[in-house]
Design a protein around this ligand. Sequence first.
Ligand SMILES: Cc1cc2nc3c(=O)[nH]c(=O)nc-3n(C[C@H](O)[C@H](O)[C@H](O)COP(=O)(O)OP(=O)(O)OC[C@H]3O[C@@H](n4cnc5c(N)ncnc54)[C@H](O)[C@@H]3O)c2cc1C
Length: 614
Amino acid sequence: MGLFSRRKTHFVDSDVLVIGGGMAGCGATYEARHWGRDLKIVCVEKANIERSGAVAQGLYAINCYMGMQWDENQPEDHVRYARNDLMGLVREDLGYDIARHVDSTVHKFEEWGLPIMKDPETGRYMREGKWQIMIHGESYKPIVAEAARKAATEVYNRIMVTHLLMDKSKESRVAGAVGFNVRTGDFYVFRAKAVIVAAGGASHIYKPRAVGEGMGRTWYAPWSSASAYALPILAGAKMTQMENRIVLTRFKDGYGPVGAYFLHLKTYTENAYGEEYESTWYDQTKELVGDYIDRHPVPTCLRNHAFLEEMKAGRGPIRMVTKEAFQDPHKETVGWENFLGMTIGQAVVWASQDIDPKHTNPELTTSEPYVMGSHATCSGAWASGPEDYSPDEYQWGYNRMMTVDGLFGAGDTIGGTAHKFSSGSYTEGRIAAKAAVNYINDMGKDVPRVSEDEYENLKAEIFKPLENYEVGRNEIVAGTVSPSYLLPMHGLQRLEKIMDEYVGGISSHYMTNEPLLTRGLELLGTLKEDLDHLGAEDLHQLQRAWELQHRVLASESVAQHTLFRKETRWPGYYYRGDHMKLDDDDWHCFTLSRYHKETGEWELEKAPVYHIVD
Ligand SMILES: Cc1cc2nc3c(=O)[nH]c(=O)nc-3n(C[C@H](O)[C@H](O)[C@H](O)COP(=O)(O)OP(=O)(O)OC[C@H]3O[C@@H](n4cnc5c(N)ncnc54)[C@H](O)[C@@H]3O)c2cc1C
């Protein structure tokens, strides 16, 4: 037994265990109580659900609302929209399932006190765009968290989940999870009949544009550390579309959102010489992707592509033309409020750089890539679909159950369903929880059991970085450098450099190819070996160490999927230099992977895309 494995162990028994109390996790916790009145529902969160996850700072718009009560959109319309934006490849069954339920979620938010802006003339929710409604959303997360807190039997804040536990009597069935309290250092064993992973997406797997003192300034939440992917991957769950990492065009340096600007303020972009540039790249893009460039709206990745090509042609920077809109005092107010409600940092950056959008058109940039399943991208776990709507091939059990029994997911965790955003992620949490309760009800007496050996071994493994540090610090050669351990920050920077240079990050203009990916995977392999020697000075660094472990595994998955898909499906998100064109004959399909942790091997395959909506 190691020095630090003598820590106190707490055992928590539950029926439904929800990992991550962000939007999807709060939705799952709330709904699990609705269907499972007498069940023990536990939510475990590494921060505090009051202000955790990507919505922590608040939002200014709910980006997924059909408006069926006013016949504004139907679920089928949303499926067509998401399919178009993702260049043809989405799980239409899962997307439809969210779209048909999402309005009821938004109505609940309003009932719980979320102020939704209304059109004074029609009384309807004020639209920012076809799918977006505007909110005063600084307190969006606390409002959503309150309902989850009331529904849960227990919420455990400040516990980072590091591994799932498997059933000792049945292969490929989940039985719980383990983690540690980031404040006390106590070890937790959660035993559960069903587990819902809702642990958000992944930032900081690629080198960010802002480094050094600014490295926390990423578009996706810096605390989204890929647990949503690493936990299922380690449990042997199949993943899908992990190559579909997203790149965002946002205001430079602060990553302030552009949605309200484009849609509500009607601002537009231009190159350094005041010229419209997207049409310049029409023919070239058509060569690469064919008719997809003619779709409306133009897919997000293709708009990025025109931006990148214009920059490479030497006509940057690209700017957002705000000077006209900001002459209108109402629009000026909306422009600033938009940031104050969700990305205060952008307002601060502009103030610090002497940018008043009334007098200066601010620069835009493209972000480093992120992995997520809820935005204009759909990486994540491969999940079973709804009984009444999914083709047979997409159904092997309960709705939103992964390929591991009893393991469910929602939000950024689940792949194939782009454009669910905050409201859709919450809705998917509700869908997963209902199915998890059904799973438990059908289980009878055949309940999963955890193995003492498994959690005791994990306990030693989890606290090992503290021990590595305690021993290795005697050999410090300079500052923080020791020959016997690797600090989490050093490991993170090494990961980001590999992903950036070999797997299509910002410094290569998102370009990669087979030789680069192969070398990148070799380097990730050596990084993985070194992770056994991570050293953590304190509990905070221990959390960083495990976040790094999760990020590295998710990154390996991204690299494997990118290598497997031999085409460039989403120019503007990334390019395969050796296969620059979209290839619908061979690659109009999903990519699936499965990781074998005993051997470290990845198994990849294709799965068909069924177009259910015409
Ligand atoms: C800058 C930005 C702008 C956005 N704008 C909008 C918008 O305008 N409108 C809109 O509708 N949507 C918007 N979104 C999208 C929306 O925030 C996400 O779709 C949604 O939050 C995803 O929900 P989730 O539950 O999957 O992840 P999250 O809400 O991020 O929740 C994940 C939770 O898991 C926890 N967690 C992670 N790892 C662990 C672990 N190992 N152990 C325990 N807990 C863990 C995290 O702390 C977090 O609380 C935006 C997102 C960002 C980042």
